[in-house]
Design a protein around this ligand. Structure first.
Ligand SMILES: *[C@@H]1O[C@H](CO)[C@@H](O)[C@H](O)[C@H]1NC(C)=O
Ligand SMILES: *[C@@H]1O[C@H](CO)[C@@H](O)[C@H](O)[C@H]1NC(C)=O
Ligand SMILES: *[C@@H]1O[C@H](CO)[C@@H](O)[C@H](O)[C@H]1NC(C)=O
Length: 348
């Protein structure tokens, strides 16, 4: 075997063993770029044989679902990074590994958000894979066609979210023997909150058929919307997340007296967040030194909040920009290139 190929495979196997040992609670670590969703399944049998003592629920998933898990987690991480772009912790992964920092093992608000969003991402990815015929146990929603319609007909393939939820739940929710563990109960609640947020994202889409654009026949089906909406709505739940503590009989209750009782759609956390301001090697956190901030904003992207009171420095960057654009008949816009001076603010 060629040396380079050998090392690539070795890296893949090590990555897979690392992730498999942390799967279940942190199943989303399969989103690592080290893992190629197409040959993940080929490698699984070897890992199962060598670690027979350990139950590797992830490798027992059918290939279609395994692939959807990888894709769903990747999509969720992209959405998380766009929602947290301006926050002290920007949802970044540990450089070179693609996995989240150890800080995410703390049952914080941030963990609750990731838990819910990856659960929704997984469910959405499985549901869409079902509609494409990539998963054996599911397909299009047969019940959609039984619902009443007015002025249009059912057609096409309706996304079967209920089936996706069932398969997603089986893939990531831990088994009932773990349910005595308080931490697991909180994770399971947040997984469910993610699926609940996804339920609002099934919408009717229609297409017109008829001569030259007329709508003689209108055909409609139910389609899951992009994960972006879920990421946004979970952000509101993140802001209003409820801190809980262990109550009698292995259940949770709100940690404060005045806190309203959270619903199934709310996110739960157990511990306060770590300090995302300063770098912390043991938690694999980078801190906010060197982050770009906005001098005039009073929001999370503002230098005041983002730099955690350490102040900021200004650097001047010369940037090329399109300028003096003219419209030319017909139909072009011609621009010149100008050098503009831009002030950039960087956290100390
Ligand atoms: C599993 O064990 C066999 C024999 O001990 C070894 O050749 C193989 O490389 C191992 N595979 C992995 C993925 O560790
Ligand atoms: C997040 O912030 C770190 C610095 O703390 C930076 O290196 C990284 O590129 C940022 N990542 C994203 C996804 O914005
Ligand atoms: C900085 O924040 C202000 C106020 O929120 C906003 O109007 C402006 O567009 C922001 N600037 C940049 C570069 O994002």
């Amino acid at each position: 075997m060629k040396r380079r190929k050998f090392f690539r495979i070795l890296r893949l196997i090590i990555g897979l063993i690392l992730l498999v040992s942390s799967v279940d609670g942190n199943w989303w670590e399969i989103s690592s770029p080290l893992v190629n969703p197409t040959n993940l399944y080929d490698i699984c049998p070897q890992i199962i044989n060598n670690h027979t003592q350990k139950k590797l629920s992830i490798c027992s998933q059918p290939q279609g679902i395994l692939k959807a898990m990888v894709m769903g987690a990747r999509e969720a991480i992209t959405e998380c990074q766009s929602q947290f772009k301006t926050r002290r912790w920007n949802c970044s992964t540990v450089p070179g590994t693609g996995r989240f920092p150890k800080a995410l093992r703390i049952k914080s608000r941030e963990r609750a958000y990731i838990q819910a969003l990856t659960s929704a991402g997984l469910t959405s990815a499985i549901t869409r894979a079902c509609a494409r015929g990539e998963v054996a146990d599911c397909g299009c929603d047969p019940r959609a066609r039984l619902m009443p319609s007015k002025g249009w007909e059912w057609g096409g393939c309706s996304d079967d979210l209920a089936a996706g939820e069932k398969l997603g739940k089986a893939a990531i929710d831990r088994k009932s023997d773990d349910k005595r563990d308080f931490d697991v109960i909180v994770d399971l609640h947040n997984n469910e909150a993610g699926r609940k947020a996804l339920q609002k994202q099934v919408q009717l889409v229609c297409k017109c058929h008829g001569v030259s654009g007329s709508c003689t026949v209108k055909v409609c089906w139910r389609k899951l919307q992009a994960l972006n909406n879920v990421a946004k709505s979970l952000m509101e739940r993140y802001e209003g997340a409820t801190k809980v503590k262990l109550s009698k009989r292995k259940k949770w209750k709100p940690a404060g007296e005045s806190v309203r009782k959270p619903t199934k759609k709310d996110l739960l956390y157990v511990s306060d967040s770590p300090n995302y301001c300063e770098a912390d090697e043991s938690l694999e956190l980078l801190g906010t030194r060197g982050r770009e901030c906005n001098r005039t904003s009073v929001g999370t992207d503002g230098c005041l909040l983002l730099c955690c009171g350490r102040g900021y420095r200004t650097i001047v960057r010369m940037e090329e920009e399109k300028c003096n654009c003219r419209f030319e008949w017909c139909c072009k816009v011609k621009c010149e290139k100008c050098i503009v001076r831009r002030d950039i603010y960087i956290c100390n």
